[in-house]
Ligand binder design. Sequence first.
Ligand SMILES: Nc1ncnc2c1ncn2[C@@H]1O[C@H](COP(=O)(O)OP(=O)(O)OP(=O)(O)O)[C@@H](O)[C@H]1O
Ligand SMILES: [Mg+2]
Length: 335
Amino acid sequence: MALFSRELGIDLGTMNSVIVEGSQVIVMEPTVAAIVNEDARKMVEWGQAARDMMGRVSESIDIVRPLQNGVIAEYSVTEGILKEMIKKAGATSFLGSTKIIITTPFGITSVERRAVEAVALSSAREVYLISQPISAALGVDLPIGTPSGNMLINLGGGTHQVAVLAMWDIVNANTAKTGGLAFDEAIISHLRKKFGVIIGQPTAEKIKINIGSAIRLNENKNMEIQGQDQVTGLPKPINVTTDDIVDALEQPLIDLVTLIRNTLEKTPPELISDIIDRGVALCGGGALLTGIDKYLTKALGIPAYLVDNPMTCTAEGASKAFGMRNVLKRSLIRV
Ligand SMILES: Nc1ncnc2c1ncn2[C@@H]1O[C@H](COP(=O)(O)OP(=O)(O)OP(=O)(O)O)[C@@H](O)[C@H]1O
Ligand SMILES: [Mg+2]
């Protein structure tokens, strides 16, 4: 690290935001803010502290996710969170010389991209944009500099991105504006239908992470949760099993397979045969869902595997891109 210049790779996600410097993850926080909803909408908490307040605060405080489906929905809140993250990274005093490479979802509109540019320029002197499939591929060391095809699937909280990469570029890709949050919604809806019970998103996510699976398991795990009776509004405990979650996730998983198939259909046959040889890399927090690698391997007929660093690879790749400016050329855009 040079004395007066900091080079940060930044991934602002719908659910989590990450800053990497060199190869170190230096900040990782939920992309959540607690906002006083009167006056000037002042941000009173952010990150994990704000996430912990979700569903537990009075009406005078809004708990917001300023990114939706990977794009900035509330500009000033996003700016506030990014400023706090950079402060936490200890780069504020270097603001005048901070350089950042920030990721954008594939398929973003020019208006959405300009919001990312503006938010980044408010916190750094030099800003570059990189598309998330490319930075994630760099972050997991896929050999994308060769003419052979590589496939990477990023299962985020608000997006599912499928990309085929070669020669440092995206050959073809698809983004669906749906992700892990839609899986949580499917769990909420299934449990309401099956048990007549209402639960919140944080509980649905906890169930998904603790006992959820894409496929039936030999051991049908279970978890006791407190819901709210749909009719009486009173607390109602229920016992949820892995099989309940497999059932709940059936449709969103079918939608994911359709997205991947659509991308494969538009991929030249030579590249498909490379992808069959190399397998499909799964990243993003959603790749941690139990059994999703086996599920996709079976549904696609192509081996799918979980990468080592699914939740941080996109930011790690952005940081790595600082040393690759000469090869990335068109894939790394100076703002
Ligand atoms: N063990 C797990 N099993 C299933 N899902 C998980 C697990 N761990 C995390 N997730 C899910 O991963 C998602 C968050 O992943 P990630 O941090 O990659 O998203 P993001 O980058 O913030 O979103 P996006 O890229 O769509 O903007 C959440 O929906 C979360 O529920
Ligand atoms: Mg992401």
